[in-house]
Write a protein that binds this ligand. Structure first.
Ligand code: GLU
Ligand code: ZN
Length: 335
C-alpha cells in the first residue's frame, strides 16, 4: 500500500478530514470540532475529506450518515472528497475499506507486531468505537496473552477465536499537539491495544490510521477525547510506514455538571436548533466565540470565519457551557 503520491498535482498538500461516526444526530459539540477542522484547512486553501466511520456497525445507521451530511452542508462546511462526490482516495466509507485494513494487519503481522489475545469479550467489544475519554477504553490490558507459547496459542485457538493486539514497545512517544502542546508518554502505559476484535471487526485505532495514512491526511483536528489515542496511532503510523499528520485536539463542551454536553442539557442537536429557527451563522459565530476565535458571539457564516482562524487562540481547557452561554446561541435554550 502506498500513501499519497506527492507527484500528483491534483492532490493538494494540505489535507484535512471530517470523520464522523454515524451513530446519532450531530450536536453542537460535533459541530465545534467540524467547524474548526474546516477552518484550519480552508485557511490554508487545502482539501477536505469526508469519511464515514461506520465499522462499528452495531452502533451506526445509514440515516445518520445522511443527517450528518445535511447538517454539515447546512452549516456551510463543504468537502472536496467524500462518499457523495467521490475522489482519488475512496472508498470514503470505512465499511467498504475492509480489504485495506486486512492488508495493514498482514503488514503488521509480518513485522511481528501482533499477537492473538484470548481474553474476555468486554475490552474487546469496546475497541471498535473511538474511545471518548480514557475510561471508555476500559482498564489497561495487562499483557496476559503476550507471551503465550505457540503451542498454548494453538491449543486456545482451537476453542476460541482470538482478537489481535498490537504489542506496544516500552519507550517514549513524543509529539507536539497544535492545541495541547508537547505531549510525551510511555507507549507501554496504555497497554497493548486491539487492532481486530474476535468477531472480525477492525478496531477504530487501526482503521483511522490506515485511512488517514492512505488518504494522505496532513492535518487531524478533532476533539480532546482522542488526545490519549494519539500515541497509539503514532506507533501504527510508524509500523505501517506512513507519514504522520499534525494533530490538534480541540476542547470538548461540558455541561455545568462537568459532564460532556449532551441531550440532558437541552435541545442541542443541529436538527433541533434548525427547527427552533436558529440560522447557520448564529451557530458558527457562537461556536467561534466558544472556541476562543471571537471576543463576543455574533452571527457570522463559516466562510467569514476563515481569516480569523488561529490555532493558538483556541482554548486549551474543556469549555463549560452555562445556561447563560446557551441563551446567547438561541433564546429557546438555556432556561
Ligand atoms: N469517528 C470518530 C468519532 O466519531 C472520530 C475519529 C477521529 O477523528 O479520529 O468520534
Ligand atoms: Zn489476552
Amino acid at each position: 500500500m502506498n500513501p499519497v503520491p506527492d507527484n500528483n498535482p491534483a492532490v493538494k498538500k494540505v489535507r484535512g478530514r471530517f470523520a464522523p461516526s454515524p451513530s446519532g444526530y450531530m450536536h453542537i459539540g460535533n459541530a465545534l470540532a467540524a467547524l474548526l477542522a474546516w477552518l484550519q484547512i480552508r485557511r490554508q486553501s487545502g482539501s477536505l475529506v469526508l469519511r464515514i466511520e461506520d465499522i462499528d456497525s452495531a452502533r451506526c445507521r445509514p440515516e445518520f450518515t445522511l443527517a450528518v451530511m445535511d447538517d454539515l452542508r447546512w452549516l456551510g462546511l463543504d468537502w472536496d472528497e467524500g462518499p457523495d462526490v467521490g475522489g482519488p482516495f475512496g472508498p470514503y466509507v470505512q465499511s467498504e475499506r475492509q480489504e485495506l485494513y486486512r492488508e495493514a494487519l498482514e503488514q503488521l503481522s509480518a513485522g511481528g507486531q501482533l499477537y492473538p489475545c484470548y481474553c474476555s469479550r468486554q475490552d474487546i467489544l469496546a475497541a471498535a468505537a473511538a474511545p471518548h475519554g480514557l475510561a471508555s477504553e476500559g482498564p489497561v490490558y495487562p499483557g496476559t496473552c503476550r507471551s503465550l507459547s505457540a503451542a498454548e496459542a494453538a491449543e486456545r485457538s482451537s476453542r476460541k477465536t482470538p482478537s489481535l493486539r498490537f504489542g506496544v514497545p516500552d519507550r517514549e512517544v513524543r509529539f507536539t499537539d497544535g492545541v495541547a502542546g508537547v505531549r510525551s508518554v510511555n507507549a507501554a502505559d496504555g497497554g497493548d491495544f486491539i487492532v481486530r476484535r474476535a468477531d472480525g471487526i477492525f478496531s477504530y485505532q487501526l482503521a483511522v490510521v490506515v485511512d488517514d495514512g492512505l488518504m494522505g491526511i496532513t492535518h487531524v483536528l478533532r476533539g480532546a477525547d482522542l488526545l490519549d489515542s494519539t500515541p497509539r496511532q503514532l506507533l501504527l503510523y510508524e509500523a505501517l510506514g506512513y507519514e504522520p499528520p499534525s494533530f490538534a485536539h480541540v476542547p470538548l463542551m461540558m455541561g455545568p455538571d462537568g459532564r460532556r454536553l449532551a441531550k440532558r442539557h437541552g435541545g442541542i442537536t443541529l436538527a433541533e436548533l434548525r427547527a427552533a429557527g436558529a440560522a447557520p451563522a448564529d451557530i458558527t459565530g457562537w461556536l467561534a466565540w466558544i472556541a476562543g476565535l471571537l471576543p463576543e458571539p455574533e452571527p457570522l457564516p463559516a466562510a467569514a470565519l476563515i481569516p480569523l482562524f488561529d490555532l493558538t487562540a483556541i482554548h486549551t481547557d474543556n469549555i463549560v457551557v452555562t445556561a447563560g452561554m446557551l441563551s446567547r446561541l438561541h433564546p429557546s435554550l438555556g432556561q
